[in-house]
Design a protein around this ligand. Sequence first.
Ligand code: FE
Length: 404
Amino acid sequence: MRRIEHDITIMGSCFLVYKVSTSLFIKLIASVDFFMKTPILKHVIILLFIKNINKENGNSMKKFIIMVSLSALLFALTGCMLDTNQSEQSITIFSERHYDTDRVLFDLFEAETGIPVNVIDGGADQLINRLENEGEDTSADVLIIADAGRLHRAKSRDLLQSVESDTLFSNIPANYRDIDNYWFGLTKRARVLVYHPERVNGEALSTYEALTAPEFEGRIVTRTSTNIYNQSLMASFIEIMGEELARDFARGLVANFARTPSGNDRDQAKAVVQGIADIAIMNTYYIGRMMHSSDPFEREVADTVEVFFPNQDTTGTHINVSAAGVTKHASNVEGAIQFIEFLSGEEAQSSFANANFEYPVNEAVEPHVLLQSWGDFKPQAINLSVLGEHATKATIIMDEEGWE
Ligand code: FE
């Protein structure tokens, strides 16, 4: 009787482990086949498994232990191959963007190339710091963030690498990519004047510099000088008009502020509608975002204000970009370059730009109808790489002129 009980226990255990092993093997085979696309490996595993099952018929504990050990070994082996292969094939994006339409684009890229895309969201500075802290161990292959000033920060901290790509060179105009090819602009935004049409005659507006005139005293709002958008605006003036005139602009603008700078770009447009100020300096895409906001007041603000592109007869309106760079320690450089090339292409550009009401950098692609309704405009003719180079000087000047 004892002998029978013993045999039943052994057979039960065999059956249980056999079931678990079978299911593990099926999953492994499916994964290996999917990711590695090597049917030969799959067949070797199946043969080993069948051979093992046949041997198992004796039900001896010894054979059973061999089977389990073999299973564990194969599991470890194929598991390692799977991990290595997956990290080589996939790409990981550190992105400041988090739009649903981006995911649709990434899925399209996956379908076209077979390269899986993992996305890690975060604030721009947070992602730059994380990239720096992770060093060689980072999982990031691509960094996508806004503002050339910030991309310069990532470049100067040695977090990106130079890329040679004829596709990127032809899709992206030279002034919207780094001079050493460490980053590539994907979308453009203009830093414009937004005004209340009942209190400001659009005809009376002309240039950024003209806002320093006495007639605009107490009527201007913009955010603080710690904000990268204003630092880049000032950096562009240093490049175009030199330090002294840039300083004159900062001094004159501060003298005409309606309030101590506070809030984000949307808050500046709101201040105009609330009657705190008449003119705000802000980025174009916030008008589009407010127009589609769930907050009724934001929609009212976007419907009320008018957009003005300054310096059309002189040096052009200030432009900045959202851009992407291949990280210094990317494990899939080729995949990363392919990904940025894909985003710069005609197929992806309008969707990528429209997600945030920005202008496509690829000149073959039309902007969103809202942006078209504002008309064409002349942008500043500078290479955006200089914005980062003048950023420190810009900050010092704003600070010295009392721009809080
Ligand atoms: Fe923004």
